[in-house]
Design a protein around this ligand. Structure first.
Ligand SMILES: Cc1ncc(COP(=O)(O)O)c(C=O)c1O
Ligand SMILES: N[C@@H](CCCC[NH3+])C(=O)O
Length: 433
């Protein structure tokens, strides 16, 4: 298992994260447990900010909160000075309740409800990323009723097929997100925004997908967007003030994953942007990116307690853990591949190939299909690495399993930021008759 951030193996052969023994964490907070390395999240925020500032353009890094969000995370993002991308009323409400500066919030979504749009106006959200023509009209009407103006970006689809799992590509021609840059109705949308008293069209947004390793997809998006901005200027006289290039930077999960070098990639994106804008005779006063996974993915791991170990008649060896697809649906959903270790015996040599399966009533409830581990027994603690993104936020109560707690660890201290759900939480909204 590759170790990230402050992870290390201590003199007892136990895994340590943020100076805390994984075994002590499991004892104190129970399992399954999401453990987040606070220093690594902060370092990642700083790295993105620094790397994106290196070409002297006005830039903003916006954290895509769908990857991992709760009130403590909002505070951390605020302290690190990033913007916040929210995609639902729930994410927006979390930011608002955490006291996040709402002018730094960017509200996304392909099907925002009128209530959510109204909530954004009421809470002073800084920018709404309008997904489509229909939404723009609804928002205009709402602003008219409330006599309120709002900054918007229009989400466009640059038609780039990023090399990643089909479920997380977002800019193929038939994607549900945004309006295609090739679509004729784009002219009407831009003219509508230009003449609206209430909508201040600041520019455009694109996001080509997630868990992308190919730098050329990001560079391609820059080139297509520059050409698009030039066309928009020539055809509609619209000069953009801001361009948001989205997120999507892939991370290491398992052997063979080869993430881009963030510094080099961002520098090249900005250089291409500057050179392209110069040649096209356009200005791009501000540029944004929206990383999610790359900020939190490697900073999180999940600790599980082992229950049974079972060998099937067919000879397959299962290690059953006390969580599963309810806390990490990514293996079942995308065929994601994770690495893991036995946290109480990190120095033990691998001896057998096992499948790590959960406790849900579902054959596809697998966390890792086939991993070489030392002989595992009931009572061992398994650590699955790189679960910081899209695990806690995608967790469910399937089989009425309560969701795990989340702790932030730092310099030998653990702070609970989300408490474990109880059975009473699970039935909280039920009516018996
Ligand atoms: C609009 C938007 N921005 C940013 C992100 C963050 O993506 P990632 O976590 O891959 O950086 C996503 C998710 O794919 C998204 O849909
Ligand atoms: N949930 C996805 C990523 C989706 C990104 C948001 N558009 C994952 O776990 O990889």
């Amino acid at each position: 298992m590759k170790l990230f951030g402050t992870m290390k193996v201590n003199e007892k052969g136990e895994l340590e994260i943020g100076g805390c023994s994984a075994i002590a964490l499991a004892k104190e907070f129970g399992t399954p447990l999401y453990v987040m390395d606070e220093n690594l999240i902060r370092e990642n925020c700083k790295q993105f900010k620094k790397a994106f500032a290196q070409e002297g353009m006005v830039t903003e890094v916006i954290y895509a909160s769908k990857a991992f969000l709760n009130m403590a995370m909002c505070r951390l993002i605020q302290e690190e000075g990033l913007g916040l991308d929210v995609v639902s009323g729930g994410e927006m409400y979390t930011a608002f309740k955490a006291g996040f500066p709402m002018e730094k919030v960017y509200f996304h979504g392909n099907n925002k409800t009128e209530d959510e749009l109204e909530m954004a106006l009421t809470h002073g959200v800084g920018t709404i990323i309008v997904d489509n023509q229909h939404e723009m009209k609804i928002l205009h009407g709402l602003c008219n009723r409330k006599n309120q103006r709002i900054d918007i970006l229009l989400r466009v689809n640059p038609g780039i097929e990023a090399h990643t799992h089909a479920y997380i590509q977002t800019a193929t021609h038939d994607s549900k997100f945004g309006e295609s840059i090739y679509d004729e109705k784009l002219g009407d949308i831009i003219r509508f925004a230009q003449t609206s008293e209430y909508l201040r069209l600041k520019g455009f947004h694109c996001h080509i997908g997630s868990q992308i390793f190919e730098e050329k997809s990001f560079y391609g998006a820059v080139e297509v967007m520059v050409a698009f901005l030039q066309q928009v200027k020539e055809q509609y006289g619209f000069e953009t003030e801001a361009l948001n290039l989205g997120g999507g930077f892939g991370i290491y999960y398992s052997n063979g994953d080869d993430p881009v070098d963030v510094e080099a990639c961002l520098s090249t994106m900005l250089k291409l942007l500057k050179a392209g804008a110069h040649t096209a005779g356009i200005r791009i006063p501000k540029v944004m990116i929206e990383p999610g996974r790359a900020i939190v993915g490697n900073a999180g791991c999940t600790l599980y307690g082992v229950g049974n170990v079972k060998e099937t008649y067919g000879g397959k060896k299962y290690v059953f853990v006390d969580g599963g697809m309810t806390d990490n649906p990514r293996t079942a959903l995308y065929g994601a591949v994770y690495e893991a270790g036995v946290a109480n015996r990190m120095n033990a040599q691998p001896e057998e190939r096992v499948t790590i399966a959960g406790k849900c009533c579902e054959s596809g409830d697998i966390i890792i299909h086939g991993i070489d581990l030392p002989k595992v027994q009931g009572g061992d603690i398994i650590c699955v690495a790189s679960t910081g993104a899209y695990n806690y936020t995608m967790a469910s109560n399937y089989n009425r399993i309560p969701r795990p707690a989340v702790v932030f660890v730092k310099e030998g201290k653990a702070k609970i930021v989300v408490k474990r759900e109880t059975y009473d939480d699970v039935i909280r909204n039920d009516f018996a008759d």
